[in-house]
Design a protein. Sequence first.
Length: 252
Amino acid sequence: MAMKGPMWVPVMQELLDRIVSGTYPVGGVLPSESQLGAEFDVSRTVLRESVKVLTEKGLVSTWRGRGTIVEPASHWRTFDPDLLAARLRHPGGEDVIRELLILRKGIEPVLASMAALQANDGDRSRLQSRFDDLDRWKDDPESYVMADGDFHAEIATISGVAIACDLFDLMAEPFALARRGTALITGGLQAAHLQHHRVFTCIMARDATGASAAMYEHMQSAQDRLDQLQWSNDRLSLPTEPPWTTTPRQKD
């Protein structure tokens, strides 16, 4: 195992992967320090730091005389970035994205409404720039996905809800995966762009009710498109023949 940075990091990530994948099942006991030390060729100090971090994430607990036990998933720190990344790499990753989309349906219409009410001239100028990026890349799915994330993040920023901005940063990987997938559905990118335009127009017009409704429609449409995708055993399986033929352009 190649070590980069603190030696406990890759050990922790490998143990986390094994827990999420079920290699170490809930209620099971992790191998002893001597066994893991021999496997990873690291010291007991490194192993103990790895287990300490897993304990803080809620994945394991250590008991005298019993060893290190894998905790039920209900004890895991759901929004931990390492845990989210691992869940996306293993069976059930689609559930993470679906659950996050449900969360977004409850949050983003409110953020859009607040943005419509609170946006000042500088905010509207930045949002205009974000929408211009969407319009610029509407025929380039890969670039559009990046612009899509920036557009939604800008709305969260304008809303003034700081915790929403933190949530968007934390959820960047699963959000991007969902966007890449739904963009592959025939007509999906075009539908998303029209919906983004409605959200943008309502916010610029200070129409809080319209912005909320437009964002909810967008979230529901994304959920409908997501349900059309196929999932492999380990992650999102995209269609083999995407509905576009253009090569992604480089941004200026």
